[in-house]
Write a protein that binds this ligand. Structure first.
Ligand code: HEM
Length: 201
């Protein structure tokens, strides 16, 4: 099994290659950019859920797979950040290629709320190195990653939830988002009603 920063490298390469491949296969047109936006949102969701549930799953269902997941939660989290910044890159490409369509698909309140999620993602990724985590200190690190994790979870719940009435395809994505919160909450309750605290890296 691949681990650590090598895992980040491989996952980042795969997401970047997928996004570039989708844009190129559509001849670089707007539809290709939209497909890349949607595809990177999905890779981000998978990676986020893996990082977000890592400690809880290792406690609830101990085994080789969940132990691997918990050991690599920092690297899964950084890979999520890379995937989601590729999502942002594709969004910026759409905004520059077709401004009218961009404003049809989004609005200023979404940009402000989702923009805040990006601030959390950047801060959490920046403090995912031994040196920066030590600089922040374990208490602030835990608080940032706890609040940030749930803020990002809410962002996914909103982004997926508003699309559920449009297409059945979003049901499994919504189930995944909901399952992630349930797993975290069950683990939290089992720990005796203490808040879920991810230990510092
Ligand atoms: C300023 C920030 C953001 C903007 C402007 C933005 C914009 C968009 C747009 C325009 C789409 C639809 C693309 C299309 O249908 O062609 C989309 C899809 C999506 N975005 Fe973002 N987004 C932002 C941040 C985020 C964040 C922070 C999250 C979650 C943490 C997120 C999750 C999603 C999801 C789940 C989809 C649906 C993907 C699908 O159809 O399967 N986005 N975004």
């Amino acid at each position: 099994m691949t681990n650590g920063w090598r895992l980040v490298g491989i996952l980042s390469f795969l997401v970047a290659a997928m996004a570039a491949g989708l844009v190129v296969s559509h001849g670089g047109d707007v539809e290709g950019i939209r497909v890349a936006i949607r595809a990177t949102a999905r890779t981000s969701l998978l990676l986020f859920v893996m990082a977000f549930t890592a400690s809880a799953l290792a406690e609830l269902i101990p085994g080789a797979a969940t132990r691997w997941q918990r050991r690599n939660r920092r690297y899964l989290g950084v890979s999520f950040a890379v995937s989601h910044f590729i999502h942002l890159g594709a969004i910026l490409a759409l905004a520059s290629v077709d401004q009218a369509l961009f404003w049809k698909l989004t609005n200023i309140s979404t940009i402000l709320l989702a923009g805040t999620a990006y601030l959390f993602i950047a801060a959490m990724a920046a403090t995912s190195f031994n040196r920066t985590a030590a600089w922040l200190g374990p208490r602030k690190w835990r608080l940032l990653h706890l609040v940030g994790g749930w803020y990002i979870w809410i962002s996914f719940a909103v982004a997926v939830g508003k699309r559920v009435p449009l297409d059945r395809f979003y049901w499994p994505m919504a189930a995944l988002v909901l399952a992630a919160a349930i797993v975290r909450l069950i683990a939290m309750l089992r720990r005796g009603r203490r808040p879920v605290a991810i230990s510092a890296p």
